[in-house]
Write a protein of this length. Structure first.
Length: 113
C-alpha cells in the first residue's frame, strides 16, 4: 500500500486556513516530484495521505533527513511570507507517495495534526 505524509510545524501557530494552504502545497509538490508510475498506483488505490505534526523546525529537519536517507521523495515548503509568517519560513514537508511501511518507519510515532 502507498501513502503520502505531510508534516506541519505547530510551533508557528498558523491559522487553520494557513495550515490548509501549506498542506496543499506540500501534497501537490511531493506528488509532482514523484515517479509517474508511483503517482498512478497511488491515485488508483485511493491516494492515501496523512497530516502529522512536528513540534519545531529542528524536528522537521531531522525527519526530512531521515526520510531522505531512506530514499524517499521529500519536499520542503518555504512560505513567501505574505500573510502570517516571515518570508522564508519553513512550514512543512511533504513525503511520498511511497510504501506505507517505509513511511511508517520514519513517521509512525508522530501525532496527527
Amino acid at each position: 500500500m502507498l501513502k503520502q505524509v505531510i508534516v506541519v510545524r505547530i510551533d508557528l501557530k498558523m491559522s487553520c486556513g494557513k495550515i490548509s494552504a501549506q498542506v496543499a502545497h506540500a501534497s501537490l509538490e511531493s506528488y509532482l516530484r514523484s515517479d509517474p508510475r508511483i503517482r498512478e498506483m497511488w491515485r488508483n488505490t485511493g491516494a492515501k495521505k496523512v497530516v502529522l505534526r512536528a513540534e519545531s523546525l529542528e524536528e522537521l529537519v531531522m525527519l526530512r533527513k531521515a526520510a531522505e536517507e531512506r530514499g524517499m521523495n521529500v519536499v520542503t515548503i518555504i512560505d513567501a511570507g505574505l500573510t502570517e509568517v516571515e518570508p522564508g519560513t519553513v512550514t512543512c514537508i511533504g513525503v511520498g507517495p511511497d510504501d506505507e511501511n517505509k513511511i511508517d518507519n520514519v513517521f509512525g510515532k508522530l501525532k496527527l495534526l
